[in-house]
Write a protein that binds this ligand. Structure first.
Ligand code: EPU
Length: 429
């Protein structure tokens, strides 16, 4: 399998264009199941996760066509009819968000059999709230042998859905199902992440009637059918935040473009508190740090607009060489510190107590071989490698390929010494 080698010490100077958001693109792709007309998505990232979902959608009857159009990378998804309502384990386990095909399948064709996604390294990540929502909309749900069987032969019915905790995936799933339900659905305690606003805009372009996404109450008035549409995927705030942290770590000056500064405001505030300079521009941010060491700052992850859990590992990497002790509390997932022991292999001084990590900054990290267990953890090791003395080699980078488009190219264009070492095809232990 491929690995990534980083030789530390180079500053980053240059421009990085931000790609379309993975976590939005994969929900928008699922929306193609709701109509017999083509859905054209532009600003599409080309990632392992979009490929996984494309494979599953193809099995369900969607033609998936990727091209480079006048608006950049685009994907056209077209499901004249649903040829199968079966999403097998071998495809769903590769990418958990594939589970979100359940709602659109039941909404459009009255039935579905979708594998439960199973566990995940960052936490148990159950799907009980997803099932609660689809059931509230009138589907009969049975669980057998690892599969969800859902049936609504006479269609879904609008309902009030009150989530006991905030869930991005369950809110999106409820929206994806309710757009074709008969009557009005009100989702309370909805997640407010920008990707939900993106989903609302796409669904409304398809003829749906969704209001309130981005607030805790989303109201959906069901329609009998949806049309095709063309929609541009929102910029990836996590990719933008990751490169902002990389610039603060390595020093230099990096301009992030094709993005929206307000999507990473909670990170920008922390970067400034630590001593980096963040200049908001019309289409992104410029992040600078010249010479002096950063200060340790504390943080706690929270739902949007709070500090994103998907940027916690990267910020922890940044804090490994800051001046002082930083306390980092993870509140969204129960096991999202798997990067800490790997950062310690690079010389970081970190102790983890339950949901809190204490990072005592060291003067210098040293390159080593490391591996990661999830996407954001992997990129935190790359960020640490940017300043570690000598060479850092990150293995299991299939995690990185799930969510970062052309990472070596983007960092390399700013002067980072990053290269991919092609694997011999042997699986890693
Ligand atoms: N939860 C439940 N039951 C459910 C659903 C969620 O208990 O039915 C719990 C989860 O276990 C977690 C909390 O609720 O403790 C919040 O999870 P949420 O549902 O909001 O997360 P998600 O939809 O599974 C998405 C992103 C994650 C991101 C989180 C939080 C996608 C594909 N994934 O996950 O992104 O961390 O929201 O913002 O959109 C990543 O990209 O690396 C990633 C993990």
């Amino acid at each position: 399998m491929d690995r990534i080698a980083i030789t530390g010490g180079a500053q980053l100077n240059g421009t990085i264009p931000v790609s379309g958001a993975k976590n939005s693109a994969i929900k928008l792709m699922a929306a193609s199941l709701l109509t017999d007309q083509p859905l054209r998505l532009t600003n599409m990232p080309r990632l392992a996760d979009t490929r996984f979902l494309g494979k599953l959608l193809t099995r369900l009857g969607v033609s998936v066509t990727e091209s480079d159009g006048p608006d950049g990378q685009e994907t056209v998804l077209h499901a004249p009819e649903i040829t199968s309502g079966f999403a097998p384990y071998d495809l769903v386990r590769q990418m958990r968000a594939s589970f979100n095909v359940l709602g659109p399948l039941v909404a459009r064709s009255g039935q579905a059999k979708v594998s439960l996604p199973g566990g995940c390294t960052i936490g148990a990540r159950p799907v009980d709230l997803h099932l609660q929502a689809i059931e509230a909309l009138g589907a009969k749900i049975d669980l057998h042998e690892g599969y969800v069987y859902a049936q609504a032969p006479r269609g879904l019915k609008g309902a009030e859905i009150v989530f006991p905790i905030v869930s991005v995936g369950a809110t999106e799933h409820a929206m994806l199902a309710a757009v074709l339900a008969d009557g009005v659905t009100v989702i309370k305690n909805a997640a407010c992440e920008p990707e939900l606003v993106d989903l609302q805009e796409c669904l409304n372009a398809m003829g749906a009637k969704v209001e309130g996404a981005g607030t805790p109450t989303v109201t959906i008035t069901g329609v009998a059918r949806l049309n095709g549409a063309s929609h541009s995927v929102i910029p990836d705030r996590i990719e933008m935040g990751t490169y902002a942290v990389a610039a603060a770590m390595a020093g230099g000056e990096v301009r992030l473009t094709k993005a929206r500064p307000e999507l990473i405001e909670s990170l920008s505030v922390k970067l400034e508190e630590a001593g980096a300079t963040v200049v908001r521009t019309e289409d992104g941010v410029i992040v600078k740090r010249n010479g002096s060491r950063l200060n340790a700052v504390d943080l706690e992850t929270a739902p949007f607009p709070g500090f994103a859990t998907d940027l916690q590992a990267q910020f922890m990497a940044l804090m490994t060489t800051a001046n002082g002790e930083s306390r980092i509390r993870e509140t969204i997932f129960e096991n999202r510190f798997m990067h800490a022991p790997e950062l310690m292999r690079l010389g970081a001084d970190i102790s983890v107590h339950g949901g809190e990590a204490r990072v005592r900054g060291v003067a210098q990290l040293e390159g080593a071989e490391v591996m990661a267990t999830d996407l954001r953890a992997s990129v935190s090791l790359v960020i640490a490698g940017l300043v570690a003395r000598g060479e850092t080699v990150v293995s299991r980078i299939y995690h990185l390929d799930r969510g970062f488009e052309r990472l070596e190219e983007k960092l390399g264009a700013c002067g980072a010494q990053v290269r991919r070492i092609k694997g011999d095809g042997e699986p890693e232990l």
